[in-house]
Design a protein around this ligand. Structure first.
Ligand code: NAP
Length: 251
């Protein structure tokens, strides 16, 4: 299905699930904003790859937890890529594995502002552009949640899991709020995907440790998550909103 002429912002797409989604979106015809926080080189490499494959992309640095940076990000996309059609709220973080009684307020605040406030702020900017209420032509939002929202991540990062629980609820509520304004809002809930995020928790090989407890006996790949995200963004999912799709190998 072609998304020619459409524009998508994908937060946190310099690597991992975001980068795989950026490449697939560009292949399907989207002009892509590759957002990142620190790694300009990695973001530039994603853009270069997309251009080599005949697609259109730009990379833009913005911390999604900072309101001013989010506003600037979307204003730059307006100028450089044109009218927004889609948002993938993907930038998410986790911290070193620990129990709840060890967590301090600084950690909790960083997790919640990036994983929750960031998603709200980016969705706000997307709605102001895409909603028919604001003379937009409609669009689609996909929130990258996590199976952690229902599994809980005990002994690892209950704060992260709770932030994803908030995103599930956010998806359901926002989907209803903008359903009559031409915008569909859905979420994917991956788990055990081979990316660098597990190193942030202090266990780069976490998926290998866990994989025998996954019914499919393997971890997942970023491209498998990207496929679901692009389906939700596409017209093939035209009657789907408020849905939470699990990509967790049966777990
Ligand atoms: P990852 O490999 O760690 O990549 C994270 C990306 O987010 C990077 O591009 C990073 O940019 C960017 N980022 C971090 N903080 C940001 C901020 N404040 N503003 C803007 N960008 C920011 O992560 P991933 O595994 O692909 O995960 C992507 C999403 O999937 C997250 O929401 C995660 O919770 C979710 N998820 C992942 C798994 C899994 O097993 N991997 C499972 C369930 C859900 P820089 O590189 O520039 O810092």
């Amino acid at each position: 299905m072609s998304a020619a002429g459409k524009v998508v912002v994908i937060t946190g797409s310099s690597r991992g699930i975001g980068a795989a989604t950026a490449r697939l979106a560009a292949k399907q015809g989207f002009a892509v904003c590759v957002n990142y926080l620190t790694d300009a080189q990695a973001a530039a490499a994603v853009v270069e790859k997309i251009q080599q494959e005949g697609g259109r992309a730009i990379s833009l640095k913005a911390d999604v937890s900072q309101e001013r940076e989010v506003v600037q990000l979307f204003e730059t996309v307006d100028r450089q890529l044109g009218s927004l059609s889609a948002l993938v709220n993907n930038a998410g973080i986790l911290k070193a594995q620990m129990r709840v009684e060890e967590m301090d307020a600084a950690r909790l605040s960083q997790i919640f502002t990036t994983n929750i406030t960031g998603y709200f702020l980016c969705a706000r900017e997307a709605i102001r552009r895409m909603s028919t209420k604001y003379q937009g032509t409609g669009g689609a939002i996909v929130n990258v949640s996590s199976a952690a929202s229902r599994l809980g991540s005990a002994g690892e990062y209950v704060d992260y899991a709770a932030s994803k629980g908030a995103i599930d609820t956010f998806t359901i509520g926002l989907a209803q709020e903008v359903a009559a304004e031409g915008i569909r809002v859905n979420a994917v809930r991956p788990a055990f995907i081979y990316t660098d995020i597990h190193a942030s928790g202090g266990e780069p090989d976490r998926v290998e440790r866990i994989k025998n407890a996954i019914p499919m006996k393997r971890g997942g790949y970023p491209a498998e998550v990207a496929n679901a995200i692009l389906w939700l963004l596409s017209d093939a999912a035209s009657y789907v909103t408020g849905a939470l799709i699990d990509l967790a190998g049966g777990k």
